[in-house]
Design a protein around this ligand. Structure first.
Ligand code: KIV
Ligand code: ZN
Length: 519
C-alpha cells in the first residue's frame, strides 16, 4: 500500500521540465555535472531529459544513465511507440532505468490529437503496455489531470495501472489547483481506483498561482509518495515546485508532516548555485531557502535578536542547507550591536567612544549605499577621524564634461570659518585639489594619490589615499566615500590637517594663516 510508508521519493526534473523554461538551456557538460550533484544529494529519481526531442537530449540522457550511481534515471516520452523506444534506448544502461510516458487527458488536451475518450483510453493501454514490456519501472502521467473530468481520470488511471504503470503522476500542469483540492484529489483517487494501493502516486505541480509547494505538500498528506520538483523551482512559465522548499518544509515541520526524504540537505546551496549559473536564471534575493537574503537579517531589532539567540528569527540553521552561517549585512537599519559584532568579526576591538564615532560615519555611509560590506567597514575604521579639524570639507560640486577644463566649486570650513572658491583643473580631482590649494595655499608636494574601489558595483565605496611631503614632513590622509571625488577631497584635506599639526609640533608653523590672504 503506497501510503503505508512515510518515505517520500524526490523526483527531480530540473534537467527536463526545468530545462524546458525558455532561455534555460544547459550544455551537455552542465547537464552531466548537475545530474551527478543530484545523485550525490540523494534524490531518488532524476528525469534527465526528453530523448526524442533532439540528438543532444538523447546523448545527455544516455550518458547520465550510464554514469548514474544511486538514483533511477528517467526519460520522458509521449504516448507513442517511437518516443517510448527512443526513451528506452537512452535510459536502458542506467542501473535503475525508468520510462515516463504521458498524454493530455483534460478536454482541452484531448482536443489537440482529436481523440475521443475511448480512443485515448486505448492509446494509453497500448503505450503503457509497450513501455512496460521494455522496462520494469514505468511512470504514467495524465497531463492536465487537475482539469480532467473525475470519472475519466479514474478510468484512465485504472487502465494505466492494469497495463503495468508502477507510478501514476498527477500533474497540475497549469498550476490551477489549490492545497485542499490537491490533497483531496490524491486521497479520493487512492480510495476509488482499483489497484491504486499497489502503485505510487506522484504529485507534479506548477507554480502559476504561487501554490506549487503548498499543493505538493498537501498531495503528500493526501497519500502521494513522490514529489516532482526542480532546483530553484526552475520550469515552464512560473516554474515547478522547488525541491529545496518541499524538502526543507518536510524537515523543519516534521512535527506536523511526519514524512522523510533521502535528500542530504547540506548539499542544497551548492547545487542551487550551480543550476543558477548553468541555466542563467538567477535566484531572486528573497527566494525561500536559497535566496541571498534567506538567512540574512538587516534590521537593528532582528540583528540584536540574532546575536543573542539565532532561533529568535531563524527556523532552520544555515548549515542545514550548506551555508557557512547567518549573514548580518550591515545597512541603514543596523544598530550598534551589529556594528560592534561586525567589527569584532573582522578583527577590530573598539571602545565605546570609538564605536560611537564609527557608528555615526557608518550611518552616513549606509544612507547612501544599499549594502555596507566588510571592506567598507575596514575603510571607515582606517580612515579614522581626522588628526585635527582645522580644515573641513563643507560643500563640493564638480562640473565634468568631455571638454577640459573641469571645475570644482568647493567650500572648506577653515578654523570655523567657511571659505568658498571655484577652481579649474585637468579632471575633477585636479580641479578639486586646485580649489583646496587656493583656499589653503601650501608648498606640500603630492607624493601619492591612490584610489581603491573596495567593493563591487557602481555604488561601491572608494578609499582614497593622499600622501603629502613638505620640507621633509610626510603626512597621509585617507578617506572613504561612494563618490571618489568627495573621498579625494576629504583625503587631501585630512593630510593637510595632519600637516598643520606636524608643523606645530615641529616648530615649523610659519604658514599657519596664509590661506586668509588668498580668499
Ligand atoms: O506539467 C506537466 O504536465 C508535465 C508532464 C509532462 C508530466 O510536465
Ligand atoms: Zn510539468
Amino acid at each position: 500500500m503506497t501510503t503505508a510508508t512515510n518515505r517520500v521519493k524526490i523526483f527531480d526534473t530540473t534537467l527536463r521540465d526545468g530545462e524546458q523554461s525558455p532561455g534555460a538551456t544547459m550544455t551537455h557538460d552542465e547537464k552531466l555535472e548537475i545530474a551527478e550533484l543530484l545523485d550525490l544529494m540523494g534524490v531518488d529519481i532524476i528525469e534527465a531529459g526528453f530523448p526524442i526531442a533532439s540528438e543532444g537530449d538523447f546523448r545527455a540522457v544516455s550518458e547520465i544513465a550510464q554514469r548514474s550511481k544511486n538514483a533511477s534515471i528517467c526519460g520522458l516520452a509521449r504516448a507513442n511507440y517511437k518516443d517510448i523506444d527512443r526513451c528506452w534506448e537512452a535510459v536502458k544502461h542506467a542501473a535503475k532505468p525508468r520510462i515516463h510516458t504521458f498524454i493530455g487527458t483534460s478536454p482541452l488536451h484531448r482536443a489537440i490529437p482529436n481523440l475521443s475518450q475511448d480512443e485515448m483510453a486505448e492509446r494509453i493501454h497500448d503505450t503503457v503496455t509497450h513501455a512496460r514490456n521494455l522496462c520494469e519501472d514505468v511512470q504514467w502521467s495524465p497531463m492536465d489531470a487537475t482539469r480532467t473530468e473525475w470519472d475519466y481520470l479514474c478510468r484512465v488511471i485504472e487502465i494505466a495501472i492494469k497495463a503495468g504503470a508502477t507510478t501514476i503522476n498527477i500533474p497540475d500542469t497549469v498550476g490551477y489547483t489549490a492545497p485542499r483540492e490537491s490533497a483531496d484529489l490524491i486521497r479520493r483517487l487512492i480510495e476509488t481506483v482499483p489497484g491504486a494501493d499497489e502503485i505510487i502516486f506522484a504529485t507534479h505541480c506548477h507554480n502559476d498561482l504561487g501554490m506549487a509547494t503548498a499543493n505538493s505538500l498537501a498531495a503528500v498528506e493526501g497519500g502521494a509518495r513522490q514529489i516532482e520538483c526542480t532546483i530553484n523551482g526552475l520550469g515552464e512559465r512560473a516554474g515547478n515546485t522547488a525541491l529545496e522548499e518541499v524538502v526543507m518544509a518536510l524537515k523543519v515541520r516534521h512535527d506536523i508532516m511526519p514524512f522523510t526524504t533521502g535528500v542530504d540537505t547540506t548539499k542544497i546551496m551548492n547545487i542551487s548555485r550551480r543550476v543558477a549559473s548553468a541555466s542563467g536564471f538567477n535566484v531572486q534575493y528573497n527566494k525561500a531557502i536559497v535566496g541571498k537574503n534567506a538567512f540574512a537579517h538587516e534590521s537593528g531589532i532582528h540583528q540584536d535578536g540574532m546575536l543573542k539567540n539565532a532561533e529568535t528569527f531563524e527556523i532552520m540553521r544555515p548549515a542545514d542547507v550548506g551555508l557557512a552561517g547567518t549573514s548580518l549585512p550591515l545597512g541603514k537599519h543596523s544598530g550598534r550591536a551589529a556594528l560592534r559584532a561586525k567589527l569584532n568579526d573582522i578583527g577590530y576591538e573598539v571602545g565605546d567612544n570609538e564605536l560611537m564615532d564609527i557608528f555615526v560615519r557608518f550611518k552616513e555611509l549606509a544612507d547612501r549605499k544599499k549594502e555596507v560590506y566588510d571592506e567598507d567597514i575596514v575603510a571607515l575604521v582606517q580612515a579614522g577621524a581626522p588628526a585635527s579639524e582645522h580644515l573641513k570639507v563643507k560643500f563640493l560640486r564638480v562640473i565634468c564634461g568631455t571638454e577640459a577644463p573641469q571645475s570644482a566649486d568647493l567650500t572648506l570650513t577653515v578654523d570655523g570659518e567657511d571659505k568658498q572658491v571655484t577652481a579649474q583643473g585637468d579632471g575633477p580631482v585636479d580641479a578639486t585639489f586646485n580649489a583646496v590649494k587656493q583656499i589653503f595655499p601650501h608648498g606640500a608636494r603630492l607624493q601619492l594619490y591612490q584610489v581603491h574601489a573596495v567593493t563591487e558595483g557602481t555604488d561601491a565605496q572608494a578609499t582614497v589615499t593622499v600622501r603629502l611631503e613638505e620640507d621633509g614632513l610626510v603626512v597621509t590622509g585617507q578617506s572613504a566615500d561612494t563618490d571618489t571625488v568627495v573621498a579625494s577631497a576629504k583625503a587631501y584635506v585630512g593630510a593637510l590637517n595632519r600637516l598643520i599639526v606636524r608643523r606645530q609640533k615641529s616648530g615649523k608653523d610659519t604658514k599657519e594663516v596664509s590661506y586668509k590672504d588668498t580668499v
